[in-house]
Design a protein around this ligand. Structure first.
Ligand SMILES: Nc1ncnc2c1ncn2[C@@H]1O[C@H](COP(=O)(O)OP(=O)(O)O)[C@@H](O)[C@H]1O
Ligand SMILES: Cc1cn([C@H]2C[C@H](O)[C@@H](COP(=O)(O)O)O2)c(=O)[nH]c1=O
Ligand SMILES: [Zn+2]
Length: 204
């Protein structure tokens, strides 16, 4: 048994979905996880999967999205394949702090639309011992880093990049190709305005 004890501590620290025992008096450390990628890559699916597992573990979960994202539902977070989970729409990132008092896990979707303050907010939450799971587009339709995502990725402990399927050739896609004419960085939409494309087909 003793031979395994050091190992156990390492696994507990590295395991990305810890089943926290609320009755233990150990000091809790928080951290930040990012789920990033193009549109249709499964960011929201993965966020919902992680949050549901936390709920199964009886952890207190608080979930947020920017209030501009009303594509599928005013409040729920909804994936392109119709998975959903209730969330609180947020105007300014700092509003999250007042709504996360006693929760263990904080989930944030569409993080690219938040103001730059979201980086400090996530750091504050993680420093308070919370697990912070953030999903967002790493690149806009021009292939440029999107909003606060680079800053969030810089301070995160864990980054998962998920990929879509290129709708032109079936290869791995990591670009969000915009079909609509608008050159504004923010243009809400789904398959009406965007396609997941691989590097080759993005540059066609
Ligand atoms: N080109 C595509 N590649 C992969 N999945 C796609 C594609 N187009 C539609 N989907 C659907 O989108 C789902 C992922 O949706 P979602 O989690 O909302 O993605 P994201 O949040 O990254 O935009 C997939 O499970 C699949 O059903
Ligand atoms: C690439 C890109 C996307 N958007 C918008 C389009 C959608 O409303 C969301 C992304 O949603 P998803 O859950 O990742 O599919 O962002 C944008 O405004 N600008 C862009 O460049
Ligand atoms: Zn392709």
């Amino acid at each position: 048994m003793a031979a395994f004890s050091g190992c156990t501590i390492n696994i507990k620290k590295l395991f990305i979905e810890p089943y926290h025992n609320h009755h233990q008096s150990e000091v809790r450390t928080g951290w930040i996880e990012i789920v990033c990628g193009s549109m249709f890559s499964g960011k929201t699916e993965e966020l919902i999967r992680r949050l549901n597992r936390a709920k199964i573990a009886k952890q207190k979960v608080a979930i947020f999205k920017p209030n501009v994202d009303t594509r599928y539902h005013d409040e729920d977070i909804v994936s392109h394949n119709a998975l959903s989970i209730p969330s609180v729409p947020i105007l300014e990132s700092r509003d999250i702090l007042a709504l996360t008092g006693d929760c263990d896990v904080v989930g944030i979707d569409e993080a690219q639309f938040f103001d730059g303050g979201i980086v400090e907010v996530c750091n504050i939450l993680a420093n308070k011992g919370k697990r912070v799971i953030v999903a967002g587009l790493d690149m806009d339709f021009k292939g440029n880093p999107f909003g606060p995502m680079p800053g969030l990725m810089a301070v995160a402990e864990y980054i998962t990049k998920v990929h879509a399927v290129c709708v032109v050739c079936g290869d791995v896609a990591h670009y969000s190709y915009r079909k609509a004419a608008s050159q504004d960085e923010v243009l809400l939409g789904e398959t009406d305005s965007y396609e997941a494309r691989c590097r080759k087909c993005y540059h066609l």
